[in-house]
Design a protein around this ligand. Structure first.
Ligand code: FES
Ligand SMILES: [Fe+2]
Length: 409
């Protein structure tokens, strides 16, 4: 995981307070924005006497400890010790842990691995505002902290069969408990395919009555190794990124884009807004919340345990995706042990400039629709944009076609 760039915050999370505690890969760090606008990431405690640098004062060229004023720059050097004599050697000897950061598309990324850092790939969905003309691209970043190991969430991304059961049959059980009518169940999956690609794994599926010409097969969905998946549809693409906080916590990012007609009014301009997605309490089924596909997934995955004990599992034929992903992980770990770059690393500037993730048409029938609880069912259930459009009485079918499932009532 230390060979890849990971998002550590939405840029918008530094808007009200220019410092933020970041836990990632088991380390506690402080992210800050200095007064010249640069972001930096350093250890969370001051090397002088341990004060949290969360209380640090941003200056033009770094962050100053609030206690006795030691100042650190983005390269981890101590550049001022106000109470020590001028020219004191201590200043040269003090260093703080620091990591390179880069901002892209409203996210702040960090690289915590060995030098030289690979390039941060500028995925099309992150830079999309430059690509689409005549239409307005609106973006939002939702995050949720899930109390389980990141691998459980990734294995769910190569588990295409759960969609039919969890997101349709279980959803209907939820609707039944809420006294709402059931939703039509997805057409049966009759074939699934997994294929390795430059970025990771392409998953394809063929639904009953469909053909190999359907986009669910030709475009499929891309899992970007090791920890992202491109979901959603052409009009509402979503990049999901799973970042290990530590062994038993994962921060999940839902980077959502909405391609809107130009006349639609949106809630904010400027920074890509950030919102929190609530994690349901363990062992409790909170009925309206459980309509959301996102909540269904995280509740199920957290229920496997903080680090799921795989020695107890019984895999079947339909779990081939999980096997393929696990083999790929083992192979790439060996590559790193042998001193090589693992797969899906970018070092060629031309290639890193704009790798393209494909987003197909909606699968039609989409996710479960909401009835009296809101217009949409998955991450959109928590989206400030969707509630704004709803208040404006926007016709969702005109805006998104069948890409988002809307209840007209
Ligand atoms: S504890 Fe930070 S300067 Fe003293
Ligand atoms: Fe799911």
């Amino acid at each position: 995981m230390r060979r890849y760039w990971h998002p550590i915050a939405a840029s918008a999370e530094l808007r009200d307070q220019p410092t933020k505690l970041v836990r990632i890969l088991g380390e506690s760090l402080v992210l800050y924005r200095d007064r010249s606008g640069r972001a930096g990431l350093i250890q969370d405690y001051c090397p002088h006497r341990g004060t949290s640098l969360l209380y640090g004062i941003p200056e033009d060229d770094g962050l100053r400890c609030p206690y006795h004023g030691w100042k650190f720059d983005g390269n981890g050097r101590c550049i001022d010790m106000p109470a020590e004599p001028k020219g004191h050697l201590l200043r040269e000897r003090v260093h703080v842990v620091n990591y390179p950061v880069e901002e892209l598309g409203g996210l702040i990324f960090a690289y915590l691995g060995p030098s030289p850092a690979p390039l941060l790939p500028r995925w099309n969905i992150l830079t999309m505002d430059n690509l689409v003309k005549e239409e307005k691209v609106y973006k939002e970043i939702g995050t949720i902290e899930v109390p389980c190991n990141w691998l459980q969430i990734m294995e769910n991304s190569v588990d295409t069969t759960h969609r039919e059961f969890l997101h349709y049959n279980f959803s209907n059980y939820v609707f039944e408990r809420l006294g709402d009518p059931p939703i039509p169940v997805q057409r049966r999956q009759i074939e699934v395919g997994y294929e390795e690609s430059r970025y990771g794994i392409v998953k394809r599926d063929l639904l009953e009555g469909g053909s190999y010409e359907d986009e669910s097969w030709t475009v499929g969905q891309t899992l970007v190794f090791p920890n992202m998946i491109a979901t959603g549809s052409r009009k509402a693409p979503v990049l999901q990124i799973r970042v290990p906080v530590d062994d038993t916590t994962t921060r999940q990012y839902f980077y959502s884009c909405y391609i809107l007609p130009p006349d639609i009014s949106v809630p904010t301009e400027g920074d890509v807004p950030h919102f929190d997605i609530p994690m349901p309490a363990p062992g409790k089924i909170e009925w309206p919340l459980f309509i959301s596909n996102v909540i269904q997934d995280v509740a199920i995955l957290a229920s496997q345990g903080p680090v799921y004990d795989r020695s107890r599992e019984r895999l079947g034929d339909s779990d081939q995706g999980v096997n393929i992903y696990r083999k790929m992980l083992a192979r790439e770990i060996s590559a790193v042990e042998n001193g090589e770059d693992p797969t899906s690393i970018f070092r060629d500037p031309e290639e890193a400039r704009g790798p393209v993730l494909p987003f197909g048409k909606s699968r039609g029938g989409g996710g479960p629709r909401l009835s009296r609880y809101g217009p949409l069912s998955n991450v959109q259930m928590f989206s400030p944009l969707i509630s704004h459009l709803r208040q404006q009485g926007v016709d969702f079918e005109r805006v998104f076609g069948r890409d988002l499932i809307v209840d007209k009532k």
